[in-house]
Write a protein that binds this ligand. Sequence first.
Ligand SMILES: Nc1nc2c(ncn2[C@@H]2O[C@H](COP(=O)(O)OP(=O)(O)OP(=O)(O)O)[C@@H](O)[C@H]2O)c(=O)[nH]1
Ligand SMILES: [Mg+2]
Length: 489
Amino acid sequence: MPTPPVPSFAVLGVVNEGKTSVVATLSEDPNVTPDPTPGATARCEAFPIKIDGREVLRLYDTPGFQNSVRALAWFREQSKTQPPGTDLLTLFRKTHAANPHFANECELFRPIVEENAGILYVVDGSSPIGQNYRAEMEMLWLSGRPRMALINHKDADDDYTAAWETELGKFFNLKRRFNAHRATQRDRLDLLRALQQIDSRPEWKSGFETAVAAFEQRWVQRRLDAARTVVRMAGDCLGYVEKANYEHEAEVPGIKRRLEVDYQKNVVGIERRAHERLLTIYAHPVALEELAGLDVGLFHEATWQTLGLTRDQLVWAATAGGATAGIAIDAMAGGHTLLAGTVIGGLLGGAGAFFGGKRLGEVTFDLPGASRLPAWLAPRGKLGGQQLQASCRNVDFVFVLLDRALLLYAALVNRAHARRDAIRLGASEDGVKGYTHEWSREARGVCLEFAASRRDRWRKLPWSRRGKEEIEEAFFQQVDGALQRIGER
Ligand SMILES: Nc1nc2c(ncn2[C@@H]2O[C@H](COP(=O)(O)OP(=O)(O)OP(=O)(O)O)[C@@H](O)[C@H]2O)c(=O)[nH]1
Ligand SMILES: [Mg+2]
């Protein structure tokens, strides 16, 4: 009997219980397609679980049992008459190879007999325990092979899990709940560790250790990749400036319209590429268009009304002490100068009234070099040979970008790969809500400082004692911590 190079398990069970779904979630292979039609899987198929291109575990998807009550009768009979140690599964396949009544049983036992695969028996905890299930459980017990039972849960309304746990306990070395549609990354890793316990054959020991280490490493690596992606995206969007030169003042209105369109299109493109990268990191072969929730655009009014900071938090961001206040209020007032901003920033109580509601993702136009001057000194009138720059300097921008990325991350990080329904962002009853408004003042300050450092004209941040790298590192830690908390929810 050839020994498989990696630990391998045949996923067995009644027709339509979720066997293929379990394989899909564990393997993350988009070619594994769960199907509502009973009997959809007709042949055994091997699905390697690959991490960084290396196979660490192998699963066999199998057809459901066809005639388990009659098969059990045969097993019971043989267990009494055959000499001890007889491999009943091998004997069954030899005896019934041409028997159409046991075609499925012969097929589904194949990877166990030929590849020496362990058994992963899947039941649906939302179905009652019928006679055929009892027959399967006893048959697998009589096979004497290493085996573990998984209680999947297809239907949220019915729950026979407690009864299943009692029954499975009689026939299986181990049993555990594993919902093919809801299993988180931790659930998947825990399952892998549990598999190691049921099958202690020495030749698989190092294979299991490699598999567990690879799963753990992938979990962290994906999160770090996601954090880097979000940080880069936020930095690129915040620092993005659309520029155009012009000769005569009469061109300005037309140029502004074009700059605004181009600016928004290009920033949306940066954000979109980052979101696509998040889908790739988590191996979800879904087009971004299919995502419900992010389809409201980055610069759409509704986005800015629901995501980012609350109005009061924005006022705080604008009025907090120190030079940051000047920066923030300046950005918020969109085009006002630092000087004017600082003055407004001093009007603590009045700031809320001044701004009325949340400002939207408006595009601000600058004349390079003019923005540090008081308004009355900024060049006006003749603008010949000038350059106009468009950017979004709303203080909320960084938080809106973060919220959209974090919402997407939350929808992806623990999404089971067996699911084929549309990805939806933000499941709260009253619509999509972001995360950043829940963050501490310190955390929000880190983001503001990062945002300011990325805007061209604040590159040197004369008011900050921290260098660019330090600011970026603090922001990275903030984002990575947020991703970690979301992943553990
Ligand atoms: N809601 C929910 N549906 C599930 C779950 N597991 C499986 N299903 C659905 O149940 C149906 C059957 O799932 P499969 O994974 O194809 O079941 P199977 O045991 O491989 O079925 P056969 O190959 O026909 O024996 C599919 O429509 C799945 O989407 C689950 O945990 N939750
Ligand atoms: Mg199937």
